[in-house]
Write a protein that binds this ligand. Sequence first.
Ligand SMILES: [Zn+2]
Ligand SMILES: [Zn+2]
Length: 306
Amino acid sequence: MSEINLKNFSSFEEIKQYFREQAKKLHPDKGGDKEEFLTLLDWYQKVLERFEEKHEIEIVNNCPLIGNYLFSVLELKVEEIALGGKKKIQIMGEEVICPACNGTGKKKNGLTKNCGFCKGSGSIEYKDKRKNINTYFTCPYCKGSGSVLIEKCEECKGKGKKRVQREVYIDIPLGLKEGDIIFVPKERIDSKYDLYLEVSVIPHPYFTLKDNNLVYKCKIPFWDVILKEEITINTLEGREKIPSKLFTKTPPIVIKGRGPFLKNGKRGDLLVDFQIYIPDGIPSKAKKLILQAVNIIESQRNFQRE
Ligand SMILES: [Zn+2]
Ligand SMILES: [Zn+2]
């Protein structure tokens, strides 16, 4: 299997095709040989690596000033940037005949005018002088109807052709930030054109990316810090409890290695940027009770006003 010569294939598409066929044939579930199947997988993995090395999705500073490429803005959630993974995007596909007007470029059932070619009669007279007879042909321009549509098709703006959107998946490069430009080689998306995508970060209610870290902003009522053993925070992996004691220090609380995945294979930190929250309009009854509590605290022998 390892001797399969890549020269036998004229495109990556053919390699994929070959792999699919072989995988079906050799699959152990279908009675194929397990060893051969694994060898095939191994070979394909190596081909993929070699292929993807050459056609890497990468972060670039700018798109070229000239050249045949598509440019678009890629909106990404903070979590998508932090965790990486696959992203489904729409790209411009090939031009096809406009389905709304069947390629005529004219609006169906739109306004009409008399056909100028046959003057509205739908047929064209041909005089055969030798035989001295008149022959009639169906007008090729209006196809015998005598009238032609004059309004442009709205779908294709009268071009008769249109490009259709196509869905492709790309790997989100790690370490992205607002305004970065991602270069996607055409080979990665089976397209005629390379793709340049400008990253736009969708604002998140409480997460922001800062340098290599993820900042989580939150407000904690002061009594939570006093009365609770643990306080719930949001992380990239979901809601999680951390000791309330941590909230008695100056923010942020640094949670090591729980931030965004980085290019170097490591993870940034999660920074809990908290604010101790004191609500407005505490009722006087509650204030009295708080005062009682303060008196008890201050009367403790070890109490010191810092
Ligand atoms: Zn059309
Ligand atoms: Zn006509």
